[in-house]
Design a protein around this ligand. Structure first.
Ligand code: NAG
Ligand code: NAG
Ligand code: NAG
Ligand code: NAG
Length: 716
């Protein structure tokens, strides 16, 4: 009940949304030719004729009935699609109406078209038998009546039988009267007594005519045989028998037994039965036992084909006097037709960003049964984001109830089940396969929040240092990720001169060789962009750390490198063991172990007199200085870092053991010393030259080795 209420409410809402809705009725004469214009559909709907075709206007039949009319989309007219035979369609029913549905899409609109078929006088009256025989005794009195079989005209109303006429003759006249069912029947009335001796038999032409314009007629011959004896007419127990019969009743089931009695005795009173005025259809469905009057089912009775039969039964006695009765058989419906679901239109695929309430499909449900048996209820089986919106009559629109997400569910199988209200109910279902099409609604997402890359300095250009990956669940190009570097500057150079990224793989390569001593780290932004239109993107920070390599020799700051100026330290004569004499100060541009320096005396004038702190570089007296020690002391000190391999530098320290500068006349003045010890000076120059030459040589060798090591790799 609640459901019906909801459906009703939804239906109401739908109607409210589409106020252009109304029933259209037209009248069309039967037998009209194809393309006969029934009505001006577009005009009656108030729609521009051109819109009809855009809105897929069509005429839908209920069940699988024939479609007699159609829309001429170019003129907007409702025209005859197939010639209609009213008699075949509606038989004896007075009103012959066929109903169709006019469906317009976008938005869905359903109008009922009812087409009233007008009768045309295209059938003549026909007698059941074209020869009617009577056996009448000569003793029959004037005014005696002999009922005649009724002529039948398939047309209706004025086009049905309107009267009878009888060929002019001496003995009989015709009395015409109206039946309870509106038909006309005639009775032969004896006007002048018969005389068997004068005339044994006679033939009279009976004509039935209808009221059409022009009228049509049919004839039968009445053959009268004049008899000697007197008879009674058989009389039925009821003038009209009425039964109701369920459809699908098994063959051989009794429908009814009629009985007529004849007051005469012997052969004159023996009654036999016969069905008359049976259509070809009903003739196959019922059979009559001539003797017992029992009517039985002899064919498949289908309510959906025919829900009502009217048959006439005749009782005839031995000599041939007949009377008739009517049998009305009402067929009752049985729930023997399952509902049918018809998919009228389907929007497949549906974009994932369609808003809730988007119409996906239009379905129509039909049930050929009647009453509750055709009352169909529809529902969706699975838990899917779709629902059925009842529309007009048996139309439903399938709409979405929420946004769809192709990345979660890319297709749906929607099973719609229709159940009728019969007992037991019948149901049927269809499955609609719906695909969700992609919309570029997901940006690429990096697998990590940020990336860190480490690279040794002096790397070869082209070395891969890291790789980033971003995923995009969208479809095809909407999910194809391309990587690029966000333009920026590092030390006022464009980032592209430092790094490059493979746009497809996300592999980051160094473009140049890095120098740890210039900068130790930098950050770049990598953007991942999909190929959609418009594209979506996201970015991530990649921090690049450059690791140190031992590529810098220690640099001696004090004493100043040889050759520039000679620095001499004064050592007091009374310096005791352990006293600080001087300090070598060196630095290394590298860092860590590569910059951890150690000092060593490699050569001295008086070995054992001075010692140097391994890591402090402090030169101390190793023992007490004595007079015997030489006044000028020369130390060659090597400074070595802790790298792998280590690099080193050397320097010379000149010490002068003296308390007073005046004690050393040669050193009073630099120029003096220079003049006086030219030899020493030249020696020093020679030493420096040799050292420089040696150092250059070492560098050269290193350079050559470095080139050798590098070349093959560059070739590869
Ligand atoms: C539809 O109507 C137009 C205009 O009245 C006519 O020319 C055309 O023949 C009709 N179409 C058909 C299929 O008969
Ligand atoms: C829908 O049905 C088809 C065929 O029966 C099947 O291949 C498909 O996997 C089904 N899809 C879903 C989402 O259940
Ligand atoms: C990608 O998304 C757009 C809308 O954003 C859509 O029109 C297009 O069809 C999608 N492409 C594919 C291959 O699904
Ligand atoms: C990087 O992403 C942030 C937030 O996700 C955004 O604000 C910024 O504009 C993006 N930068 C570029 C260059 O795309």
């Amino acid at each position: 009940m609640g459901l019906i209420l909801i459906m009703f409410t939804l239906g109401f809402i739908f109607i409210f949304l589409h106020p252009v809705r109304g029933d259209l009725s037209y009248t069309v004469p039967e037998e009209s030719k194809r393309q006969y214009v029934i009505g001006h559909l577009a005009k009656d709907l108030g729609i521009d004729g051109k819109l009809l075709s855009a809105r897929k206007a069509r005429v839908e039949t209920e069940d699988s009935a024939k479609r007699y009319c159609d829309i001429n989309l170019s003129s907007g007219n409702l025209v005859v699609a197939e010639t209609i035979d009213r008699e075949e369609l509606c038989g004896s029913r007075i009103s012959c109406i066929v109903n169709y549905e006019l469906v317009l899409e976008n938005p869905l609109e359903v109008h009922r078209i009812s087409l009233q078929i007008e009768d045309v006088n295209d059938n003549s009256p026909v007698f059941p038998n074209d020869r009617i025989s009577f056996e009448i005794t000569e003793s029959a009195h004037k005014g005696e009546r002999f009922p005649l079989e009724e002529a039948h005209d398939l047309d209706i109303g004025r086009n049905a039988v309107q009267g009878y006429s009888l060929e002019k003759n001496e003995h009989f006249i015709l009395s015409v009267h109206e039946n309870a069912d509106g038909g006309k029947s005639a009775t032969l009335v004896l006007e002048k007594e018969l005389d068997r001796e004068k005339q044994k038999d006679m033939n009279l032409i009976l004509t039935a005519f209808d009221g059409g314009n022009p009228p049509k007629s049919g004839t039968a011959v009445i053959h009268v045989t004049v008899l000697d004896a007197n008879d009674n007419i058989p009389v039925f127990s009821q003038p009209v028998y009425r039964v109701s019969l369920a459809e699908n009743t098994p063959l051989g089931t009794e429908v009814i037994t009629v009985s007529a009695t004849d007051a005469d005795e012997g052969a004159n009173g023996d009654v036999t039965y016969e069905l008359s005025r049976l259509s070809e259809k009903s003739g196959k469905l019922f059979s009559l036992d001539k003797i017992t009057g029992q009517i039985m089912v002899s064919g498949n009775i289908d309510y959906e084909k025919e829900n009502f039969f009217e048959v006439r039964v005749q009782a005839k006695d031995g000599p041939g006097l007949v009377s008739s009765a009517k049998i009305i058989i009402d067929i009752t419906d049985v729930n023997d037709n399952e509902p049918r679901i018809i998919l009228k239109s389907l929007n497949d695929p549906i974009p994932e960003n369609s808003i809730a309430g988007t119409e996906v499909a239009i379905i129509n449900v039909q049930d050929k049964d009647s009453g509750d048996n055709r009352h169909v209820h529809c529902h969706i089986q699975q838990d899917v984001p779709f629902k059925l919106n009842p529309s007009i009559k048996n139309y439903f629109s399938l709409i979405t109830t929420s946004m769809l997400d192709r990345e979660k569910e890319s297709d749906y199988n929607i099973t719609i089940t229709a159940t009728d209200g019969g007992s037991p109910p019948l149901s049927s279902s269809i499955s609609i396969h719906l695909t969700v099409s992609d919309v570029n609604d997901n940006p690429p997402v990096f697998e990590q929040q940020s990336y860190t890359a480490y690279v040794m300095e002096n790397n070869k250009p082209g070395t891969s240092i890291s790789s980033v990956t971003a995923r995009d669940p969208d479809w095809r190009q909407n999910g194809t990720v391309l990587y690029s570097l966000v333009p920026s500057e590092i030390n006022s150079l464009p980032v592209s001169s430092f790094l490059s990224i493979n746009s497809d793989t996300g592999v980051i390569q160094a473009v140049r060789s890095f120098d740890y001593e210039k900068f130790r780290n930098f950050k770049v932004q990598v953007v991942a962009r999909d190929n959609g239109s418009p594209p979506l993107s996201s970015n991530v920070t990649v921090s690049v750390f450059i690791s140190d390599e031992n590529d810098n020799s220690p640099q001696i700051l004090y004493p100043a490198p040889e050759g520039k100026s000679l620095m001499t330290e004064m050592v007091p004569k009374a310096a005791l063991s352990g006293s600080l004499v001087s300090k070598v100060i060196a630095v290394d541009a590298d860092s860590g172990q590569n910059a951890w320096l150690s000092y060593q005396i490699v050569k001295s004038t008086d070995p054992g007199l001075f010692t140097i702190g391994l890591h402090s570089g402090e030169i101390r007296a190793q023992k007490d200085i004595t007079e015997s020690d030489s006044m000028k002391q020369n130390l060659v000190i090597s400074v070595k870092d802790n790298g792998q391999p280590p690099l080193s530098a050397t320097c010379s320290v000149y010490l002068l053991i003296s308390d007073n500068l005046a004690e050393v006349p040669e050193l009073k003045d630099m120029t003096f010393e220079e003049n006086n010890s030219k030899l020493t000076f030249y020696l020093i120059i020679a030493l420096v030259s040799v050292s420089t030459f040696f150092l250059t040589f070492i560098i050269l060798i290193l350079a050559v080795r470095f080139c050798h090591r590098r070349k093959p790799q560059t070739v590869v």
